[in-house]
Write a protein that binds this ligand. Structure first.
Ligand SMILES: [Zn+2]
Length: 1028
């Protein structure tokens, strides 16, 4: 996997500063208290403790250590969170575009000394209860993190990770498979033409066909032109074939050394045990080296620069004539200066985020472009940070104007500064983020500290967020122009800035293809007949190796008996607010109250359905009551942790042709702000401002652009949604709300010159929501806050829902299910589902030609609903087929980035591939997978592994804010979950063969197929396909 700057940036931006809390109420001897007993200077298993610091805001004790013999650095964050995390990061600073750190990241996972089997991460997914396992290549480090709630599992995974990173086999064959190779197009036919193959080669071709990523890559390369940031750490596709196996091994020897490593552990497991294992299994075998991987400071330019790049045209762009991007990027200070980094990231939010920010007003609202450029704001993922501002989706003639607006806006900020209330709102946001508990807090921390620590910044200082915020307040108090002075220094008077524009080139893809052709030709022309014969034989060898059954028995594994036999129960109470059913779930939420309302769409006329996602995305952003949209945004920031509305489709758990449809309101706030939060909801629904066509246009443009950009990252989701479209009524609605149909609809809306038709649709939708007959609410909060919350909710409901009388449902077939499964049907509150008993599933194959170089392929099969006895077998089957067959066929042999099968809650069994060089061949691989399953050529071990993997998903941690939601939304009770659990345990070999035959076999299945990908001659000629 290759992580781009932007992803890192988003991680930082969206950092949730609190984690999940199985043992949240502090025990007498908590993990963080125990860790406080360590003393600086203390020696533990080859390490010396350097520093012990309590960070009470985050409930953490940080222990910093150094490994005596190698100098390896170590940080432990002790916290009463059972979702323990380990990560090791190496500073990897390539000096060419061959993608050596990225290929190495892949290759170390092809087997190691103690665990000489390929793809141990992937195999461990089936032998562990991990809650997260992955590896990332960033611009200047490579990180290997995992998390798990099980102590034994932690030790198992730690062994595998340490061995992979420090003692990998790095066989030549691994390098061919993961990096690049020349091979006959058909490896068994020596006469078929030679071509480039390799997992990373294909992955990067896919990444480079994403214009947003392409732009981000160019921008970084050109802003830091003098060292490692000038190259593509993931690999530039055509430079990848310049890398040799020898160079790869050399890079490992110099970079994957403890002296160049930073270890991080998090959670409630004891530190001593971690240190002992790391010392014994890895570090004791090394001595100190000087890895010499420091990144020097970028020499500052004496004058600003400009540059231009091209990209492929985007067929999905809202307006084909407006596909230019331009942004100005400024080099800032060193990220190891923690306070300066915090100041600049806050400054960046004030300049850019939300409708009150000066750059939003100056750039977004005049509608010069469709959205900010893909790179925008503060980026602290490089040694020296950067700030970027610009637009995408612009006409060429506007480029000059945008440059002027940017410099004018900077002048305006220096003159006017920021309103005090906006600064308060931003600091309130930080307070909420620190209190909100997410399930992956350890991982968020690891990402948060990674970049600064990588350049020897102090990770403990980074954790002391409150101290830095106080310092920030102090600085503002002492100098009211504090922020303006920073803008003057970093933007006005900074000559190290780059203005980069990007425009589409009709011939771009063709040129890329020709360049690859030439590169290939060059490689081939020097080959002798003997060389070619060798390539053919190596290809056969690789194929044979890939076809061999993999013996994974060397890897440690949990047993099915290590899985808890029963689920932990979640207590909820049912009540009412002004007649509307409310589910109360008491949780340790750390002072926050989480509110949800599910509003049925059963009365909404069919012609409005396509508009619902748009309605959801704009309803909280148009202004309401006395507030215009700017004031509304400000109030939401000041008073809440966010307010959102989204579509919801809930397939019935008992029958395939019934589902519930609605929109969900979600918000959170500190309990002192409850009245404000509910007042905002009241105003949003009672008096929304649907009169501002200009505001709507801005929001529509941004939404359409975001959808279009998302396809290259989530193409498999779109393919699966489309493939399932005609199989169930819920599948149909899924496509309407979130499939390609929605993408095209939004593109059409964005192209309309007059939006009055849309403006008329919005209030029509609103009238159907918040009808007390068709609504239910949920509150998650601490026990002592419940009654106060209930009072406010009652008032809110009386204000908003009490006086409404709803229209009649559209569908004649409404069935009711009790909300509280323990009550008799008809006696308590209920959910109202739409049932389509006469629904006829139909088979369809759809192809969407898109300007990509890779495909996303899916086939969906209609099977059974959640409570059916075969459902559990199909879950296990999907997992087992993925691990034991499809992964090998689609990724290892086919060269796709990923692929597999999964069983969905709506009763659809879906096959998919991700960034796949193949299209119709992958459909054959799906079929072969079914034949394999039917043949029963799998072992008890395979089944047990699939069970572990399924359970690690079933038992993944749930944050306090999300507890009880299965019941609230789907009516799935703890008892139903427990029965499903027991059915999963009970799945046997014969069940699996049986369900494969009965549901997936030829003649048995009702299926749909969809492919998104480049022009495809085979499909074009085949009349059984519908080409869009
Ligand atoms: Zn990768």
């Amino acid at each position: 996997m290759f992580r781009q700057t932007k992803t890192v940036l988003q991680k930082l931006r969206h950092l949730r500063l609190s984690g999940q809390q199985h043992a949240w109420r502090l025990k007498s001897s908590s993990a963080s208290e125990r860790a406080l007993l360590h003393q600086p200077g203390q020696k533990i298993h080859g390490f010396t403790v350097k520093q012990v610091v309590a960070v009470p805001d985050l409930f953490i004790t940080a222990v910093k250590l150094t490994h005596d013999k190698t100098g390896a650095q170590y940080l432990h964050a002790a916290r009463d969170d059972s979702n323990n995390l380990f990560s090791v990061q190496l500073r990897t600073t390539p000096m060419d575009n061959t993608g050596v750190p990225h290929i190495l990241e892949h290759t170390v996972l092809c087997g190691s000394e103690r665990f000489p089997c390929r793809d141990p991460f992937f195999k461990m997914l089936n032998r562990s209860l991990s809650t997260f396992m992955n590896a990332f290549t960033a611009s200047d480090y490579t990180m290997y993190p995992f998390s798990t709630q099980n102590g034994k599992d932690f030790q198992n995974l730690l062994s595998v990770y340490l061995d992979a990173v420090f003692f990998p086999c790095l066989r030549e064959q691994d390098f061919w498979q993961e990096g690049w190779r020349l091979e006959n197009e058909n490896p068994t036919d020596s006469n078929s033409p030679l071509m480039f193959k390799g997992v990373v080669f294909n992955e990067m071709k896919g990444a480079f066909s994403d214009n947003e990523r392409l732009y981000a890559q160019h921008l970084q390369n050109k802003l830091y032109p003098d060292h490692t940031y000038s190259v593509v750490s993931g690999g530039e596709p055509l430079a990848i074939p310049d890398l040799s196996w020898e160079q790869l091994k050399q890079f490992h020897a110099t970079h994957y050394h403890p002296s160049n490593a930073r270890f991080f552990t998090y959670g409630d497991l004891p530190l001593e045990q971690h240190l002992k294992q790391i010392e014994e299994e890895a570090l004791s075998r090394f001595n100190h080296i000087d890895p010499n991987t420091q990144v020097p400071s970028q020499p500052h330019w004496s004058s600003p620069r400009e540059d231009h790049v091209t990209c492929g045209p985007d067929a999905l762009a809202p307006d084909p004539a407006r596909q230019n991007t331009l942004c100005v990027s400024y080099l800032l200070g060193d990220i190891t200066d923690t306070f300066e980094g915090l100041t600049l990231s806050l400054l960046s939010s004030l300049m850019i985020s939300g409708p009150n920010a000066p750059f939003y007003k100056a750039l977004i609202e005049p509608k010069i472009g469709t959205d900010f450029s893909s790179v925008v704001g503060y980026d602290g993922s490089t040694k020296e940070a950067s700030f970027s501002i610009g637009l995408q989706g612009m006409a060429e003639e506007d480029l000059e104007r945008v440059k002027q607006i940017i410099s004018q806006t900077i002048n305006d900020i220096i003159t006017n500064g920021f309103e005090e209330e906006r600064i308060e709102a931003l600091l309130h946001k930080i307070e909420i983020q620190m209190k909100h508990q997410s399930t992956n807090f350890g991982l968020a921390l690891a990402s948060y500290i990674a970049s600064s620590w990588n350049h020897d910044g102090d990770p403990v200082e980074l954790l002391q967020i409150s101290d830095n915020v106080s310092k920030f307040r102090q600085a503002l108090k002492e100098n009211p122009r504090f922020l303006q002075d920073k803008v003057q220094l970093y933007f006005k008077e900074n000559p190290h800035s780059l203005t980069l524009s990007m425009s589409p080139d009709e011939a771009y893809l063709e040129k890329q293809a020709r360049a690859e052709e030439e590169k290939l030709h060059k490689k081939i022309q020097d080959l002798s007949e003997g060389d070619k014969k060798e390539i053919y034989e190596k290809g056969l060898e690789l194929l044979e190796a890939q076809n061999q059954t993999q013996d994974a028995s060397c890897l440690p594994a949990l047993k099915v008996s290590d899985i808890a036999p029963t689920i932990a129960l979640t207590a909820v109470q049912m009540g009412r607010a002004a007649g509307v059913p409310v589910q109360f779930c008491e949780q340790p939420t750390n002072g926050l109250v989480y509110f949800r309302a599910m509003c049925s769409l059963n009365t909404l006329p069919a012609d409005l359905m396509l508009y619902v996602p748009l309605f959801c995305s704009v309803i909280t952003q148009m202004g309401c009551g006395a507030l215009d949209y700017r004031q509304q945004a400000q109030q939401m920031d000041l008073r809440t942790g966010g307010m959102s509305v989204s579509t919801m489709i809930i397939p019935d758990s008992t029958q395939l042709d019934a589902y519930e449809q609605g929109v969900v309101l979600f918000s959170s706030c500190l309990d002192r702000n409850l009245p404000h939060m509910f007042q905002l909801w009241t105003d949003i629904f009672n008096s929304p401002r649907f009169d501002d066509q200009e505001r709507l246009r801005v929001l529509v443009m941004m939404a359409a652009q975001e959808l279009a950009n998302g396809i290259s990252n989530s193409g498999h989701i779109y393919a699966m949604t489309r493939a399932g479209r005609h199989l169930t009524p819920a599948g149909e609605l899924d496509e309407t709300f979130g499939g390609m149909e929605q993408v095209k609809f939004m593109k059409r809306i964005a192209e309309m010159s007059d939006l009055s038709q849309v403006l008329r649709a919005l209030p029509r939708i609103r009238r159907h929501l918040l009808n007390p007959d068709n609504m239910r609410c949920a509150v998650n909060a601490a026990p002592q806050k419940m009654s106060r919350t209930a009072e406010h909710l009652d008032l809110f409901m009386m204000d908003i829902a009490g006086k409404r009388k709803g229209p009649k449902p559209i569908s004649p077939n409404i069935i009711e299910r009790p909300l509280d499964a323990l009550t008799q049907p008809g006696s308590g509150p209920s959910r109202k589902l739409i049932s389509e008993p006469h629904f006829q599933p139909c088979q369809m194959k759809t192809f969407f030609p898109l300007p990509f170089s890779v495909n996303f392929v899916s086939e969906c099969i209609r099977t059974v609903p959640f409570i059916h006895q075969d459902y559990a077998s199909l879950c296990i089957l999907a997992r087992m087929m993925t691990a034991k067959f499809l992964h090998g066929e689609i990724r290892e042999k086919g060269g796709a980035y990923g692929g597999g099968a999964r069983m969905g809650g709506g009763g659809l069994f879906s096959f998919y591939s991700y960034r796949d060089p193949n299209s119709t061949q992958t459909l054959s691989a799906f079929r072969k997978g079914v034949d394999w399953a039917k043949s029963g050529q799998f072992t008890q071990q395979d089944i047990d592994e699939a069970k572990l993997s399924v359970f690690s998903a079933v038992d993944s941690p749930v944050a306090p804010s999300g507890k009880g939601m299965g019941l609230f939304f789907s009516g799935v009770t703890d008892e139903m979950k427990q029965s499903h659990r027991e059915r999963l345990f009970a799945v046997t070999h014969s069940h699996l063969v049986d369900v494969a035959e009965r549901y997936l076999g030829m003649g048995q299945r009702t299926c749909g197929v969809a492919i998104l990908g480049p022009e495809n001659e085979t499909i074009k000629k085949d009349p059984s396909w519908v080409v869009k």
